[in-house]
Ligand binder design. Structure first.
Ligand SMILES: Nc1nc2c(ncn2[C@@H]2O[C@H](COP(=O)(O)OP(=O)(O)OP(=O)(O)O)[C@@H](O)[C@H]2O)c(=O)[nH]1
Ligand SMILES: [Mg+2]
Length: 180
């Protein structure tokens, strides 16, 4: 009989409206289109789970995704919810010129909540490929450098055409597996 999958808790963090609930719901329920038709601000943290096989390996993890509110009013609540998380997806809008500050803020929240400095993190650029001007290319280069310095993986996604919406989760499984 196959071993049971290892359970891993993953915090899903990022500014309000950057696309956290959309990405998680597209991955956990590929037929869902709810979040694309209208915006539902997350007020109650939502936990969903899905198994992910590590690419090129025989290992399966069962991730519990803690989809948190981005609204600053909830930051203390977020910290309580994610205290036991073992990894994180940190999302940002690829067109937000303040994305570096938002990533820094959410990575600090992760460290303060978990008291762990080096949890596996995947950065996820949402709304990617929508504006390809010089400013967004520069921003992407800056965030790639930040990811390299921190040892984080980086994925670009777009929910409207569902481009690469599974990629962050494959990178997450691989990044988490590398720590085991
Ligand atoms: N154009 C575009 N819209 C997106 C994308 N991803 C999400 N959205 C839209 O952005 C809005 C906000 O998405 P949510 O997933 O609810 O954002 P959230 O990060 O969960 O927001 P909070 O729950 O308030 O923290 C919704 O209307 C989505 O349809 C994307 O890649 N491109
Ligand atoms: Mg949400």
């Amino acid at each position: 009989m196959a071993d049971s999958p290892v359970i891993v808790n993953c915090a899903v963090l990022g500014n309000q409206r950057c696309g956290k609930s959309t990405l998680v719901s597209m991955f956990s329920d590929p037929k869902s289109t709810d979040y694309l038709s209208h915006y539902n601000m997350t007020t109650d943290p939502r936990i969903t789970n899905k198994q992910v096989r590590v690419p090129d390996d025989d290992v399966v993890y069962e991730f519990f995704f803690f989809d948190m509110p981005g609204c600053p009013l909830y930051t203390d609540l977020v910290k309580k919810y994610i205290a036991e998380c073992q990894c994180a997806l940190i999302l940002y809008d690829a067109n937000d010129q303040d994305a570096v500050e938002s990533i820094t803020h959410w990575s600090n929240v992760l460290v303060e909540a978990t008291l762990q400095e080096n949890l596996p993190v995947v950065l996820v650029a949402t709304h990617s490929y929508e504006v390809e001007d010089a400013a967004s290319v520069r921003l992407h280069a800056k965030i790639s450098d930040l990811a390299d310095r921190k040892g984080w993986r980086l994925a670009r996604t777009n929910a409207v055409d569902r481009r690469d919406v599974d990629l962050p989760f494959m990178l997450l499984a691989d990044a988490y597996n590398a720590t085991q």
